[in-house]
Design a protein around this ligand. Structure first.
Ligand SMILES: Nc1ncnc2c1ncn2[C@@H]1O[C@H](COP(=O)(O)OP(=O)(O)OP(=O)(O)O)[C@@H](O)[C@H]1O
Ligand SMILES: [Mg+2]
Length: 411
């Protein structure tokens, strides 16, 4: 039996559906109680392609985590990724009626910043203020209680296609749980792997998932840029399948067991051959390690090239003192860090969530848990309501909570 506030997060990924059930100690340290990982066969690039399979995968993942805790979950926080997540940066401006900025003024200006953004068939998931300007004074982080006639904000608006979201929600309700709030992975992953100091000094978090690479840049403690690049680990796998003429399953095994981003540079080892029969009984040939790593390196170089282009858009390429922190399952490729340093011209490190004293089984000290652990941390910080076991929570939740969440997600 578990006591205390319990938080459950489900991460809908292209490769895996992950569930983590956790609680927080008095010192606000995460304690994982249960982990569930299921295949993700019903969703591709964030779109549901098979509703029954999607529901089954969610149920499998959630049930596995529930079995570890011996309790039934009734409400969850959701982390979403995919190419249909869009980030738009915009400004909003209002006059301050009482000469002193209130919470209401802040909510109004954040609402205003959505004006002019094309939200046709889209739903706003989160609006994150970068900084406020009070009359002529710019760079204000929290303007509440300050004097001004005019309040301006620059904000980052995270949207998703409304059809896609309703299908995901339907699938989750059908499994029998409520959704308390939704965080885009691009916003959640950095919470688990970046320190306050890194965010202060300037850093980019690069979360390489299966279908997308999420980019989030921080400076002076605020999010200054975010975007989603539609390339990830599954592209590396399909390149191997095509290059080595093997099935996707064999290619995935080859990548994980023998792959490296840097091996092709090693002249002495260039003649090493991998016997494909060891991986699949359908295969009889071999592939050289050098060729395998050349394929992997080419796709990772492309990913970092696009990340660098995103940094160029804001004039931060090669200019972030704390460099790049790379998370997501794609960050586990061998020698990946060296390539990131080379292409991005930045210091680079792998971002792994801090492990918790999990009693048995899966450790969350793995870069692929960044998104879901970040979701739990954000939920604990800003959650509109707690997802305790067997609580009968109604869905006053997500849409009703946008304003509330905005209020609380201020830097
Ligand atoms: N050791 C490894 N070396 C290289 N790639 C790996 C390794 N382990 C996992 N990956 C890749 O990581 C990807 C899965 O990462 P992750 O779990 O973060 O994705 P996801 O959240 O399911 O996907 P997305 O967020 O894009 O929807 C897969 O493409 C997988 O091949
Ligand atoms: Mg992911």
């Amino acid at each position: 039996m578990v006591s205390g506030e319990v938080f459950t997060a489900i991460d809908i990924g292209t490769a895996k559906i992950k569930t983590v059930i956790a609680t927080f100690t008095e010192e606000k340290k995460l304690r994982v109680l249960g982990v569930g990982i299921a295949k993700s066969n019903g969703i591709r690039k964030g779109n549901i392609i098979d509703m029954d399979e999607f529901k089954k995968n969610i149920d499998d993942s959630l049930s596995e985590a529930e079995r570890m805790t011996g309790e039934q979950v009734s409400a969850i926080y959701l982390s979403l990724s995919g190419t249909n997540i869009e980030v738009v940066t915009n400004n909003g401006i209002i006059s301050v009626p009482h000469g002193e900025v209130s919470n209401d003024d802040v909510n109004r200006v954040l609402d205003m910043s959505q004006n002019g953004v094309d939200l046709m068939n889209k739903v706003v998931l989160k609006v994150i203020p970068e900084s406020f300007t009070l009359d002529m004074e710019s760079g204000v982080k929290n303007p509440v209680g300050m004097s001004a006639k005019k309040l301006e904000v620059r904000s980052h608006i995270f949207c998703i296609s409304s059809n896609i979201l309703s299908n995901i929600k339907k699938g989750i309700y059908d499994v029998g749980v409520d959704i308390l709030d939704i965080y885009p992975n691009v916003l959640a992953a950095p919470e688990a792997v970046l320190s306050k100091r890194q965010k202060e000094l300037g850093v980019v978090c690069i979360d390489i998932g299966a279908s997308t690479t999420d980019v989030a840049v921080y400076e002076e403690g605020s999010l200054i840029f975010a975007s989603v690049i539609p390339i990830g680990g599954e592209h590396v796998t399909s390149d191997i399948a095509l290059g080595a003429r093997v099935s996707i399953d064999t290619a995935e095994k080859l990548k994980i067991e023998y792959g490296s981003v840097g091996f092709c540079k090693d002249e002495k080892a260039k003649d090493d051959e991998i016997d494909l029969a060891k991986i699949s009984k359908n295969e009889t040939t071999t592939i050289s390690r050098k060729y395998l790593s050349e394929i992997i390196r080419a796709r990772y170089s492309e990913i970092f090239y696009y990340v660098n282009n995103e940094l160029k858009k804001i004039g931060k390429d090669g200019m972030l003192p704390e460099g790049a922190v790379i998370s997501g399952g794609g960050a586990k490729a061998r020698d990946m860090n060296d390539l990131a340093k080379e292409v991005l011209r930045l210091p680079s490190m792998i971002g792994t969530p801090e492990d918790s004293d999990f009693i048995s089984g899966t450790s969350i000290g793995d870069p692929m848990f960044a998104g879901i652990i970040g979701t739990l941390l954000l939920s604990q910080k800003y959650g509109v309501s707690r997802s305790g076991f067997k609580m009968n929570l109604s869905f006053g939740g997500f849409f009703g909570s946008i304003k509330n969440a905005l209020k609380k997600i201020m830097p």
